[in-house]
Design a protein around this ligand. Structure first.
Ligand code: XIL
Length: 445
């Protein structure tokens, strides 16, 4: 009977003070849900057979993040060959719990497959955008929020981008990634995620300026993740830092919380939770693991449950802070633009058909083209598509193109020329100006 619906933060907080904790929810997820928030954990596919682990997971959490299973090295171990077995295990675990699923992470300078580490320039740019398109398409409609780009800013006082192979493809790689992600899954919130951005400092201000710029230019970004891998203290301006991002019109999320065990662990956990609860646009908190023995920070015991699965003092302090309430989080779906539907009838035998899904913004677009084979299948295909005048193609993935203006033709690459009878493959391209509206032609062979 906690006043979970339609009460303002002020009334809610006052009500809790009157009601006391007798009516409080008794799990992290249920308590967070009372203000429209989630409380999640990073989980590992390899641990889902551990009954203690899944017992806590099912009981306490209403959001999950794959600790490693949706990273680039896991999902595209060789170029153009995608493996989703472990990512799907996390997805299905989350679905079975009715949990929100945070996708992590489409592009990052770490945990890249070795083939991508060896690429540079336009080959890397195309491969990276193709990766974003393919993985976000595979999980389309299932993901609450994607970490589209992870850890792209440098530590220290510069406030600048970190050097990386991705950064060396051009400063616009981040916005290109966000646009490709939006085109692939218009229903997912798209986040930028980083560490050491938990207080107001040069690095977080660099991120802040990027988000502000993206917002002003219509680059699709919906949320900012603050990893919050904390030591024995918390920045005094933690909450006001969250608030300044929220004031840009993005959701803020605590995405990878863990706190070194020391005298202050429970206090710091409570302070982080109170900060999120005080910022209406703070959507939720994710801890980076379940038990201390599951943590990547070996020996630091930074989580809410001990190695045996018992609740620690930090657990109680988080639950109390959640139950103390706060302003309700306005869950706003991300803006979407209409996407054209794929063809409803199959092409004739020996032939192929192509259709375009478009995501446009003022001055540019990302197009995803689906090539569907007829009842005989095809071995090689060519798609021709007239671009409107003023439109020019800037990058293509999963196909090669001839021409960049007027009628552009796209040809399959080595790994997607063969399409089985009735099957399809997709390629994409990005362009400036207005996107194509004509129906593309498709020729087999
Ligand atoms: C860590 C995982 O927890 C480890 O299992 C893995 O070996 C390395 O990556 N920032 C991130 C996370 O965004 O993906 C990292 O996860 C921790 C730091």
């Amino acid at each position: 009977m906690l006043l979970a619906t339609a009460v303002t933060g002020v009334v809610f907080a006052a009500s809790v003070a009157v009601i006391g904790t007798a009516d409080a929810a008794s799990t992290l997820g249920a308590s967070a849900a009372q203000t429209g928030r989630y409380f999640g954990a990073a989980i590992a596919a390899g641990k889902l057979g551990d009954a203690t682990y899944t017992g806590i997971l099912n009981r306490e959490f209403n959001a999950v993040t794959p600790e490693n299973e949706m990273k680039w090295d896991a999902t595209e171990p060789s170029q153009g060959r995608f493996t989703y077995t472990n990512g799907d295990r996390i997805l299905n675990q989350g679905i079975s719990m009715g949990a929100k699923i945070r996708g992590h992470a489409l592009l990052w300078h770490q945990q890249q497959p070795s083939w991508a580490q060896g690429l540079s320039g336009s080959a890397l740019r195309s491969a990276a955008l193709n990766h974003v398109t393919q993985v976000a398409t595979h999980y389309r409609g299932k993901i609450y929020a994607w970490d589209v780009v992870n850890e792209a800013f440098a530590d220290g006082g510069s406030g600048a981008r970190r050097d990386s192979n991705l950064q060396r493809t051009g400063n616009d790689w981040i916005e290109a990634a966000f646009r490709a992600a939006r085109a692939a899954d218009p229903g997912a919130k798209l986040c930028y995620n980083d560490y050491n951005t938990d207080g107001v400092n040069a690095k977080s201000t660099g991120v802040y300026n990027m988000v502000k710029d993206f917002k002003s230019r219509g680059v699709p970004i919906d949320c900012v993740g603050f990893q919050s891998h904390l030591g024995t203290s918390i920045p005094g301006d933690y909450q006001s830092n969250l608030q300044r991002f929220a004031d840009l019109g993005v959701e803020v999320q605590i995405t990878e919380l863990d706190v070194a065990q020391g005298g202050n662990q429970a206090t710091i956990y409570a302070a982080v939770t109170r900060a999120c609860m005080a910022v209406s646009r703070c959507g939720g908190i994710t801890v980076w693991g379940i038990r201390d023995s599951d943590s990547w920070r070996t020996g630091e015991n930074p989580l809410l449950f001990d190695a045996s699965g018992n609740k620690k003092a930090a657990y109680t302090s988080v639950l109390n802070a959640l139950n103390a309430g706060g302003p309700t989080n306005p869950t706003t779906p991300p803006p979407t633009t209409p996407v054209t539907s794929p063809p409803t009838s199959n092409p004739p035998s020996g032939a192929c058909a192509a259709s375009v899904s478009l995501n446009s913004w003022s001055g540019g677009y990302v197009a995803t083209v689906r090539v569907t084979a007829g009842s005989a299948g095809v071995n090689g295909w060519t798609v021709s598509l007239p671009l409107p005048s003023g439109s020019a193609l800037t990058s293509t993935w999963n196909a090669t193109n001839t021409g960049t203006t007027g009628t552009v033709t796209f040809h399959n690459v080595s790994y997607n020329g063969q399409i089985a009878a009735g099957g399809y493959t997709e390629f994409g391209f990005q362009g400036t100006g207005a996107g194509p509206t004509a129906t593309p032609g498709c020729a087999a062979g």
